[in-house]
Structures are given as C-alpha cells and as structure tokens.
Ligand binder design. Structure first.
Ligand SMILES: [Zn+2]
Length: 482
C-alpha cells in the first residue's frame, strides 16, 4: 500500500509547475508536459502480483505494469489510457486528466447506440467528461470522438462507454448526483458537486430516461390522477400514481382532459380497459377523459381533495368576515387565526387553541364554518355506508341553512359528487399514500424554482417518487461498473 501512495503522489522535492501550467509527475520534471506513462519506464511501474496490482519503483525485482494500466484497471475501462496528467483548471485548482485512447473500430451512434460508420473525411474532436473526484481533486476523462453517420439519427458524434449521450459527465458521476438528489435537497447536491441547479435538473432527466422502463405502466388497476401547480406564473402538471404499488407512474405538462388522454394513449386501449378505480379531485377535465378512455373504471373522489375544498371554504369565510369587520374592534380576534381554523384539532398548539376559543366566543359565523369542516371530516369515520349517507344528509341540510355563502355552494358541489365521495368510504381506501404523494410532489415543485422547464420537474418527480433505486458509490460500489 505504501508503494502505491509514493508513486501516485509526486515527490514535492522534485515536482514543479512548469511554464505551461502543467504539473508534472515525472521524476526529474525535465520537460514541460510529461505524463505518467511517458516518464522513465524504469522508475514508475506497477506490478501484477497474485491478482493484485501494485505500483512501485523498480528497486524491487518483480514484473511490473505501467501506471496507466493501473488506472485502466481501477476505472475498469475497455480502452487503454494514453496518459494521466495533473493540470490546472481555469481557477488554478489541480485537476487530474486521464487521456483515453479512442477506438476507431466498432463505432456506435451517440444518439441511439446503434452501430454506424465514421463520416468520411471528418476530423476527430477532443472532448472531456467530468468524473468523480480522486482524493478531493477533480478528475476528467478526455478522448477523441468522431462524427458518424447513423441511419436513424443522421450525423452524430460517437458514443463512449463511460458517458450518456450528450452529457459532459461520466455515467457514474451522474448516478451519484441522482442518488444525492433522492436523499437530500437540490442546493446541497449542487454545492457538493459544484454544478448548477439547471445542470442537476438535466442530469436527473438523463438518469430517469435511462432507468425507467415500461414496467411502470404494467398491471395498473387502481390509479390516482392529480394536478400539481408549479412556478410563477402558475403552470400545471398532471401526475398519475399507482395506488397499489405506491409510486408515480406518469407525468406530463398541462391539466386538461387531453393531457390525461395522452396517458391513456401511451397505455393503449387494452391496458386502459383493465383499470378499475381512478381517484381524483372534482375536476371536470379528468372525469371526461377517464369516461372516454377507461370504460371500466370507476371514478372515486379521494378524501385529500374533498378536505382541501372544505379548508378553502373555511378560509373564504374567514376573509369575508375580516372584510365585514373592517375597522371594528372584533377584527383583532381574526388576526393570525388561519392555522387555528385549518389544522386538525388534535395538532393545535396551546396558543392556537386559545385563538379558536376566542373565535367561538366572538365570531359565530366563522366558528360555524369551522364546525362544518370538522363535522364533514367525521363522516369519513362512519362504519357503514348507510351511516355515511345519513351523516351527509344531515350535513348537507346544515350547510344549506348556514348562511355562509362558500358552504352553501360547496354543499351543492358535494351533493353532486356524493356517489364518488361515498365510494371512497365504501372501498375503505386508506388516504395515507395519496396524501403522502401529494405532499412529496408539492414539496418538490415548491423547491423547484430553479427549474425553468416542466421536463426537469417531471424528471425530479419520477426520480424521487417512482421507485428508482440507485446505490451510492461512497463505499466501494464504483468498481467494475464504468
Ligand atoms: Zn443513432
């Protein structure tokens, strides 16, 4: 082990930075740009010994291999390495550049990986790919790529085994970024890897495109559809989740019935006809699309969306009351009351409880709105459907008489959709997964201010919510996967 260390690190007494800015590994540092493989062969050697590769100087009498061979083995490259150089990047930080010899034979298209031929007369171009750092120093692979003519894609550059098409990073680097995106926030990921948010989003898109196969759309019986808003001005995504397996299976830009229609088109008529239940909010667009494309599916309105309508109605009453009490002394009671009114009673803090008690005492209409919201929620705890029916009839009458405009109109909406709301109670669907996904997706879209495109946001949602498993490379998983 000690030998490896000695060889991989230049001796500080003899190495120097040459005029051209290259840091030389060469023992005597005689030329400006000397790389490991070009050094004196009897000085820098590695040995193969009982399946192990050792870097050593030739004082010890054992058969040796070159240090470039050592790197080739470490990186598990199929192509030979020409040189390993320590250079400076623009900000005079050290960077290890590994020059890989391109293979002129067996060329593949960088777009589709199909075999193709080199474009006649065109020169090769040198490109580099950022790889995972080595001892905290940045690492780049550098190689010559050729232009090829592909039957499907036209003129493209050749594909390289270590990088995805169109990327300036190695596949391992991108997988590691994606693992970080799954487990921590984007800012930490971007800072750690020294990349921008936009780059992180693009990496997520490439990883998702490669890792997702068609299996997500197989065997769907019980799905949920939801619209997600993002960005300013507000834009929308339509997201489809598989309730049985608890994962996101599809997402696209827009929230119209045509948007959801695209999903059914991808699914095809046969698989669409096997869908039994679709949960959703009470939006006419999705109902229309499901009726059109999935003839056997039953539409169920999930608790999460019904509760959201109730919360909106309470909030509207609160604002109305606030406007009505303009300048009056009672208005103070309503100040900062929003959370006390909207939270579940069991999660209120002491202060919020006091706020609620003050509202009960001072503002009857608003307290009535609060009770209407709470009592509708208790319908969901009914043991039988008949009990729920009874509960709803009572609630409907009360809401109609409440003299609260938002609740009068909400009562009509809920009565119209009651069969689908009731079905949710009948099927005993637990609301947990629906709510879990909704909050997770909303968290991603709130954080995603840096994403300008819907595609980057969709990739983030798929990366985090559709069950893609990646393993971190931190403790040795990198070997033999490049
Ligand atoms: Zn191609």
């Amino acid at each position: 082990m000690e030998d490896v260390e000695n060889a991989a690190r230049p001796d500080p007494r003899v190495s120097h930075t040459s005029h051209s800015g290259y840091h030389c590994f060469d023992h005597e540092a005689r030329t400006h740009r000397t790389s490991l493989s070009e050094g004196r062969p009897d000085e820098w050697r590695t040995t193969r010994h009982s399946g192990m590769i050792r870097v050593q100087t030739t004082d010890q009498e054992r058969p040796c291999v070159r240090l470039t061979t050592f790197f080739k083995r470490v990186l598990n490259l199929t192509s030979p390495i020409q040189a390993v150089t320590l250079e400076n990047d623009g900000d005079s930080r050290p960077i290890v550049v590994i020059d890989v010899k391109s293979r002129a034979r067996r060329l593949r298209c960088g777009g589709c990986e199909r075999k193709c031929r080199r474009r006649h007369g065109a020169e090769g171009k040198v490109r580099s790919w950022r790889h995972l750092g080595l001892f905290g120093i940045a690492v780049k692979l550098r190689a010559e790529v050729y232009r090829v003519v592909c039957k499907g894609c036209g003129v493209r550059t050749t594909s390289v085994p270590w990088g995805r098409p169109g990327s300036v990073f190695t596949r391992q680097f991108e997988d590691e970024v994606a693992w970080f995106l799954q487990h921590t926030d984007q800012t930490s990921t971007a800072t750690y890897f020294g990349i921008s948010w936009v780059t992180a989003g693009k990496i997520a898109q490439r990883v998702v495109a490669e890792k997702l196969d068609g299996s997500l759309l197989e065997d769907l019986h019980f799905i949920g559809v939801d619209e997600i808003s993002y960005g300013r001005p507000k834009k929308f995504l339509t997201v489809v989740v598989d309730h049985e397996r608890g994962r996101v299976v599809w997402a696209a830009e827009g929230k119209s019935s045509e948007t959801l229609g695209q999903f059914f088109q991808v699914l095809g008529p046969e698989r669409s006809s096997r869908i039994e239940v679709v949960t959703m909010d009470m939006s006419g667009a999705y109902i229309k699309s499901v009726a059109e494309h999935a003839p056997n599916a039953e539409i169920v309105f999930d608790r999460f969306h019904v509760v959201r309508l109730l919360l909106d109605a309470v909030d509207e009453v609160r604002r109305e009351q606030q406007r009505a009490l303009e300048g009056a002394n009672d208005r103070k009671v309503l100040k900062k009351s929003r959370f006390s009114l909207l939270k579940n009673p069991w999660s209120l803090t002491r202060k919020e409880e006091q706020k609620l008690a003050a509202i009960q005492f001072n503002n009857r209409p608003l307290y009535r709105a609060y009770l209407l919201k709470e009592s509708f929620q208790s319908i969901y705890d009914s043991r039988t459907v008949e009990e729920a029916d009874e509960g709803f009839t009572e609630w409907y009458g009360w809401a109609r008489r409440s003299q609260l405009r938002p609740f009068v109109s909400l009562a009509e909406t809920l009565r119209h959709y009651w069969p689908g709301i009731r079905r949710f109670i009948e099927l005993r669907i637990t609301n947990g997964p629906v709510e879990g996904y909704n909050s997770k997706i909303r968290m991603i879209s709130h954080r995603a201010f840096g994403f300008h495109s819907a595609n980057a946001l969709i990739a983030m949602i798929m990366l985090l919510c559709s069950g893609i498993t990646l393993s971190p490379l931190g403790h040795g998983n990198a070997l033999h996967t490049l």
